[in-house]
Write a protein that binds this ligand. Structure first.
Ligand SMILES: Cc1cn([C@H]2C[C@H](O)[C@@H](COP(=O)(O)OP(=O)(O)O[C@H]3O[C@H](C)C(=O)[C@H](O)[C@H]3O)O2)c(=O)[nH]c1=O
Length: 179
């Protein structure tokens, strides 16, 4: 597993070892022993899987109280994946990391607890699966508006963003409530 760090401490871009042969390929997408050696000791309790059409933008989401770390992978198509540091007192509070994840590059983004997460689909469709370190807690769901100019996020295609109603009305970053 190749590991790439960011200027923001915590998130990691992981590139798994892929064994290709005449049948196709094999890779270990998650191995607890390997991840512990990488410093990712968190236990995962829930796997999520979503499929989205081109332009779909999901985010920026996080949970308070039951904060979730996420190991994000695009298994088909391509997404621009982004995480924003919202850890109280973090020296990089408000800064973000991003990566293009695809079924082709098989890379994964480790998004630790304390980050708001989102992605936009850049292929015709994309399937994203991600492991979470805590359970979904609807009452604890919070969001930051994806278009908040304070964050300076370079979404691939804001003109054609396909959004849920929820993602149209999140508060601005400056109003962030980290209760
Ligand atoms: C997140 C979640 C949702 N749901 C149900 C609730 C809704 O009826 C339906 C769609 O949920 P939602 O529109 O919130 O899905 P996304 O917009 O993809 O939300 C996710 O988007 C970004 C990218 C994230 O990182 C979070 O994991 C998550 O907030 O699935 C569940 O049953 N369990 C869950 O864990």
């Amino acid at each position: 597993m190749e590991v790439t760090k960011f200027d923001v401490e915590g998130p990691l871009l992981l590139t798994p070892r892929v064994f290709a042969d005449h049948r196709g390929f094999f890779m270990e997408a998650y191995n607890r022993r390997v991840f512990i050696e990488l410093g990712i000791k968190d236990e995962f309790v829930q796997d999520n899987h979503s499929k989205s059409v081109k332009g779909t933008l999901r985010g920026l989401h996080y949970q308070v109280n039951r904060w979730q770390g996420k190991l994000v992978r695009c298994i088909a198509g391509e997404i621009w994946d982004v995480a924003v540091d919202i850890r109280p007192n973090s020296p990089t509070f408000g800064q973000s990391v991003s990566a293009t994840l695809s079924g082709e590059n098989k890379q994964m983004l480790w998004v630790p607890v304390g980050f708001a997460h989102g992605f936009q689909v850049t292929s015709d469709t994309a399937e994203v699966i991600y492991k979470c370190t805590d359970y979904w807690s609807p009452q604890d769901e919070r969001g930051v508006i994806w278009s908040d100019p304070q964050l300076g996020l370079n979404w691939p295609d804001t003109e054609n963003a396909v959004l849920s109603d929820k993602d149209l009305v999140h508060p601005l970053f400056k109003d962030l409530q980290l209760d």
